[in-house]
Design a protein around this ligand. Structure first.
Ligand code: G6P
Length: 367
């Protein structure tokens, strides 16, 4: 039967509110809350001896993969190559023998991702796909499917599927780290505990609606917006910029905050608001000094931070949104939610067709 909007203005708004639920449901599949350990389906090869992973995807799923790269490299010490599928399919990268192919897709039908999967099939030891639609073409052509339990996503712009993808990738990174002897059980319990805390922290984000709408009024007036983040929060900035472009038709660009001085700093003036994702992770000080540089050049700072970062961010930001402080590991999952809400609120102010933005399709099944 048809899925309704349950009283929300748009499917996107409804699906944004499902973040806490889908993170929880996805964790239920992958985590044992009693032992606080991740359990993956049995794999016919040893994660410990995989020399490299190759990640590919399109759109938001690609940004999820970029967060996955930070986690797999940092936690599991697994080298990762990543590219958008439309490039990967023609790059034909020489693969280290035994490499793992890791595909990410909500629909499981995206033509470029499917073509990249088929290219990797011939060379990779195993195709592991993170998919929301579990009866899809990519599911059939993968060796193992890790399901995101996000339910049907109707809004063209992805929301809940993205945080579900991050949740799966976080679990995969933990399992890989354990298999490679990089994670003792105490630290695994700590990381799993941080994941299990997320659904209630995610629900808290919705208490910040007024603060996010205040930011949205500034962004809605702009022609160009610069999104900044560092480390695992850089892909969150990219996701924020993509979402804003897709549904509000405002030009947005994401930069790794430390790279700003090599170009985009020349754009900064009062007419180009800066949206930064800056919770109190180890790169907080670095990000803050990048933001100070932007402010010194007249930049208006709109900053997403957390309770631990609020005092220092509050001293420089024009507007800020303060989220609960969570473990660094899961910060990109939590911080994604408000940047997606911001794009939604800007689109509402602009009066665009939020669920069906012009020129875009939910799943792009042609090249
Ligand atoms: C389209 C959608 C994006 C989505 C991308 C990848 O371009 O507009 O929101 O991220 O496809 O889709 P997939 O189904 O492969 O995740």
């Amino acid at each position: 039967g048809a899925i309704g909007k349950d009283g929300y203005r748009h499917y996107m708004e409804k699906e944004l509110h499902e973040h806490p639920l889908v993170i929880g449901q996805t964790l239920q599949r992958m985590v044992d809350p009693a032992t606080r350990r991740v359990s993956l389906p049995d794999l016919p090869f040893n994660l410990a001896s995989v020399p490299r992973a190759v990640i590919t995807a399109c759109g938001s799923a690609f940004y999820a993969g970029m967060v996955g790269r930070y986690w797999l490299e940092e936690l599991a010490r697994l080298p990762v190559d990543i590219d958008v599928a439309s490039e990967m399919r023609y790059r034909d990268p020489p693969l280290t023998p035994g490499s793992l192919g890791l595909l990410i897709s909500q629909s499981g039908e995206t033509a470029d991702t499917l073509a990249a999967l088929r290219g990797l099939r011939e060379k990779a030891i195993h195709i592991l796909s993170v998919l929301n639609v579990e009866h899809s073409t990519m599911a059939r052509e993968s060796d193992t499917v890790l399901g995101t339990v996000a339910g049907p996503e109707i809004s063209v712009a992805s929301t809940k599927a993205f945080t579900a993808q991050l949740t799966v990738l976080a679990c995969l990174s933990i399992a890989t780290a354990r298999a490679r002897g990089k994670l003792d059980s105490l630290r695994e319990e700590e990381l799993v505990g941080a994941l299990l805390d997320l659904p209630s922290r995610a629900a808290d984000v919705f208490k910040q609606g007024d603060a996010i709408r205040t930011m949205a009024r500034v962004v809605a007036e702009a022609r160009d917006v610069l999104y900044l983040g560092r480390g695992s929060l850089f892909p969150v900035a990219m996701e924020g910029a993509l979402k804003l472009k897709e549904i509000s038709y405002i030009h947005a660009e994401a930069y790794a905050a430390g790279e700003m001085k090599h170009g985009p700093i020349s754009l900064i003036d009062r007419s180009v608001p800066i949206v930064a994702t800056a919770p109190s992770t180890p790169l907080f000080d670095k990000t803050l000094s990048n933001l100070q540089e932007a402010k010194a050049r007249g930049g208006r700072l709109l900053v997403f931070t957390d309770t631990r970062g609020a005092e220092r961010v509050g001293a420089i930001a024009e507007h800020m949104v303060v989220l609960p402080s969570v473990h660094d590991f899961v910060a990109p999952i939590l911080q994604t939610i408000p940047v997606q809400i911001l794009a939604y609120e800007v689109a509402v102010l602009k009066g665009t067709d939020v669920d069906q933005p012009r020129n875009l399709a939910k799943s792009v099944t042609v090249e």
